[in-house]
Design a protein around this ligand. Structure first.
Ligand code: GLA
Length: 329
């Protein structure tokens, strides 16, 4: 028997920056997906306690979109990408609610790949699973979620430069907690404007060159107001990630928290991916004693708010532990 576990992630700051080679700062969390299998045969047969449909797929599968949607298709995407040499029969269990912006699909992909015997370096595993996600969902996602899941370091968040996937672990300072507060709105990125936002960034890059190195004075010269605000979010968000990393590293939690709130406003006003439910949670939390900062986390369009707080400041939400990356147990 082989058991693989892959964590979900919460992103402290840096959203909608990964797919233009910018900066992100997620941390792997203590919630995730476990896959236990008995390797052998030439089919992948998996049951999940949380899903009515079972997976029963051949290991020689090339088009994940030929199978039904949902979790079966994510598994098909992984099989098509990693091309396992042998099949497996087993079960999937998850402590990570799907569709709330905590990286559940990435955790599933990574855990399945490891359970099917993937043995390459963790960064390559992340990129293979990013491709699996793109092929199965049709969403042109970046690699943040998969990198956080494969490369997590206990007690640390990860400053990731998405132009090279270089990672610097940043110790989570003592005297703070990271709390995820679900908005109650689940979302499916395949039905969201995620692809449209990514396309706008590509169009802005046509005029400005890489947004990663674009200057705000040049962004201000874009004549299309939509492209201008999308580009302004990305350029200012990259700056906030780097500034946040410095402040966080030195335990300057109030200033770091303020950057989280600025990130939320930028995602709300310039990138237009927030919702009234997310906004009202963030505004309420920002007035709560002991909360340093709060913002939507992940793609937006629903999902979760992440808050940086003094210990015990919130009785709601889930306290997230910065955790190690995916592993075969
Ligand atoms: C989703 C994608 C990531 C990233 C975030 C937004 O989680 O999978 O690649 O783009 O949205 O930051």
């Amino acid at each position: 028997m082989r058991t693989a576990f892959a964590p979900g992630r919460v992103n402290l700051i840096g959203d909608h920056t990964d797919y233009t080679g910018g900066y992100v700062l997620p941390m792997a969390i203590d919630l995730g997906v476990s896959v236990t299998v008995d390797p052998g045969g030439d089919r992948v047969v998996l049951k999940s306690a949380n899903e009515p449909d079972a997976v029963d797929l051949p290991i020689r599968l090339s088009d994940p979109r030929s199978v039904e949607k949902g979790w079966v298709r994510y598994v098909a995407g992984v099989i098509a990408e990693i091309r396992p040499v042998s099949g497996a029969t087993g079960t999937v269990t998850s402590t990570l609610p799907p569709g709330i912006g905590l990286g559940s699909s990435a955790a599933l992909e990574v855990a399945v790949a490891l359970a099917l015997g993937y043995a390459g370096p963790p960064a390559d595993l992340a990129v293979a699973c990013q491709r699996a996600e793109q092929r199965s969902s049709g969403v042109p996602c970046g690699a943040m979620d998969q990198l956080a899941s494969t490369m997590g370091v206990a007690g640390h968040a990860l400053l990731i430069d998405c132009s090279s996937n270089e990672i610097k672990p940043i110790a989570v300072p003592s005297g703070c907690e990271v709390v995820a507060i679900p908005s109650g709105e689940t979302r499916n990125l395949a039905g969201s404007a995620y692809a449209e936002r990514r396309h706008s960034c590509q169009q802005a890059e046509y005029f400005l060159g890489p947004l990663r190195s674009a200057a705000l004075v040049d962004v201000a010269k874009l004549t299309d107001p939509i492209l201008r605000s999308r580009a302004r979010h990305v350029v200012t968000e990259n700056r906030r990630v780097l500034d946040f990393a410095q402040l966080f590293r030195h335990g300057k939690l109030a200033e770091a928290g303020q950057l989280m709130y600025e990130s939320h406003r930028s995602l709300r006003d310039d990138f237009n991916v927030s919702t009234p439910a997310l906004d009202s949670i963030v505004e309420r939390l920002m007035k709560t004693p002991g909360v340093y900062g709060a913002r939507l986390t992940g793609a937006g369009f629903g999902g979760c708010v992440v808050a940086l707080t003094a210990p015990g400041a919130l009785s709601e939400g889930w306290k997230m532990e910065p955790s190690g990356g995916a592993r075969v147990q």
